[in-house]
Design a protein around this ligand. Structure first.
Ligand code: 4AD
Ligand code: MG
Length: 446
């Protein structure tokens, strides 16, 4: 592995260790006195030098087309002052063998993938498998792993149990319009929109729980932040009040950021991908939906609703307005108390103001909503009435409703879009570059 730093280096005065390295050619510079190969594997980069002489007679530039896989032998040495070689070392090659050639003609990777790969460009999306070979795309994917592991570690420290609910379901969570339907042995079934309902059913037996599973949404809008398949970090907490939920969400985000920044490699990725990134200061700003409506109307010029009119109570805050507000305020916002009418059927009403729910979205500069959560209806009758009001046949939900029959409790939870969180930390313009192979309307390949 090219990031292995345990090998003894040589310099002008002493011999280094002779090593054998595998990798792919990431960059090539052919000079008069030497050829430089920037070798790459999934772990790092290594500068390899072939001094002009017998060795250089065995190849021309085409032998070393970019992405060629190769094994090289030689002595690992410290580079002289002022050299830009990664990790301050280079391999003085004395033998090599090409293992897998790569095209150097029209099919050369540089012709397939431009350096400033535009995530909206169809050719770039078709060639995502090649785009992923680039430093930026692969850094984002490496960082994603750190972020995911930071969530897992933090939940573990909080004694929250990881579970794995089914992806094949017969109930909706976030509205019928974004359901992916399919035929399940002759019955209608869906790909899950959220594991929330299942998490709620297991808190009596397992205590606080979380999962990191895929959620699926048949979104019809092609925005920067919508995917048809995304990684959903969801947690459900028992015997809490709304304020506990808000505290917890702020805590988990802050601790995950701390963990990622505390890791040397992960913080290096952030420094290159998003040099501006700063850990958000606590406490996060809190704002009620109703205050947000006023705030939007008070701007000069006012930020209108989707129809171009001033916002009124009950309006959805659309993506564009939400993002403008977050960018102007420029810090994380816990936006709370959304009206009953624009929120999901299961959300608990605020006992002090029955027009609104005990709900929260977390908004982040550059991205907007990254978390959606709420307290859940505890009462059986109220839940049955909510199904009716939302035109949901309650029979399919018997197992969820039973939660209110067998020892109901004040509880709540949230879902966080991992790609959106990553887009925020890694400064990515769109969630499409925050997942290996993005899925959205019109795209199901590669
Ligand atoms: O706000 P949402 O729809 O809430 C729920 O699904 C709740 N049932 C979660 C819960 O309480 N357990 O989705 C939660 C988060 C959003 O804030 C967003 O970050 C992400 O999931 N998300 C998407 N990410 C990418 N593409 C999409 N189409 C997304 N839809 C939601
Ligand atoms: Mg939401």
């Amino acid at each position: 592995k090219l990031n292995n730093k345990s090998v003894e280096l040589g310099d002008d005065t002493k011999k280094g260790t002779r090593v054998k390295v595998f990798g792919r050619i990431h960059r090539l510079t052919v000079g008069k006195s030497a050829t430089f190969i920037r070798l790459k594997d999934g772990y790092g980069l290594l500068q390899c030098v072939l001094q002009a002489g017998d060795l250089t007679k065995t190849y021309d530039a085409l032998t070393f087309a970019l992405e060629t896989s190769i094994v090289l032998y030689g002595e690992l040495r410290t580079v002289p002052e002022g050299n830009t070689a990664p990790d301050g070392r280079e391999l003085q090659v004395d033998y090599y063998k090409v293992l897998g050639a790569a095209p150097s003609d029209l099919d050369a990777i540089t012709n397939k993938v431009s350096r400033q790969s535009d995530p909206w460009d169809a050719a770039m999306l078709d060639n995502r498998h090649l785009v992923l070979r680039g430093e930026t795309a692969s850094s984002v994917m490496k960082l994603r792993e750190f972020v995911e592991l930071a969530f897992i570690d933090t939940y573990r420290e909080m004694q929250i149990t990881k579970v794995s609910p089914p992806a094949m379901v017969q109930t909706q969570v976030e509205g019928g319009s974004t359901l992916f339907k399919y035929d399940y042995y002759g019955e209608e079934a869906y790909l899950t929109q959220s594991s929330q309902l299942y998490l709620e059913t297991v808190i009596p037996s397992l205590g606080d729980v979380y999962c990191i599973e895929k959620s699926f949404r048949a979104e019809r809008s092609l925005t920067r932040r919508h995917l048809a398949e995304y990684a959903h970090v969801e947690a459900e907490l028992d015997f809490i009040e709304f304020d506990d939920l808000l505290q917890h969400i702020e805590e988990i985000i802050s601790r995950v950021v701390d963990k990622v920044l505390a890791d040397e490699k992960a913080s290096e990725y952030i420094k290159t991908l998003n040099p501006e990134f700063k850990k958000p200061s606590r406490p996060f700003m809190r704002m009620k939906y109703e205050e947000a409506i006023e705030w939007l109307n008070k701007q000069d010029p006012p930020i209108p609703n989707e129809e171009g009119n001033p916002h009124v109570f009950g309006d959805d805050i659309a993506e564009a307005a939400e993002r403008r507000m977050t960018d102007i305020i420029n810090r994380p916002i816990l936006l709370t108390h959304f009206p009953v009418e624009i929120k999901a059927f299961y959300m608990k009403k605020d006992p002090n103001d029955l027009r609104v729910t005990e709900s929260v979205d977390v908004l982040m500069p550059g991205v907007g909503e990254i978390v959606g959560g709420s307290m859940r209806m505890e009462d059986w009758d109220e839940l049955i009435a909510a199904y009716k009001k939302n035109d949901i046949g309650h029979e399919a939900y018997y197992w969820y409703t039973d939660q209110r029959k067998y020892g109901t409790s004040p509880h709540g939870g949230y879902g966080l879009g991992l790609e959106r969180f990553l887009a925020w930390m890694a400064g990515q313009h769109t969630v499409r570059t925050c997942t290996l192979y993005p899925r959205f309307m019109g795209r199901c390949k590669p």
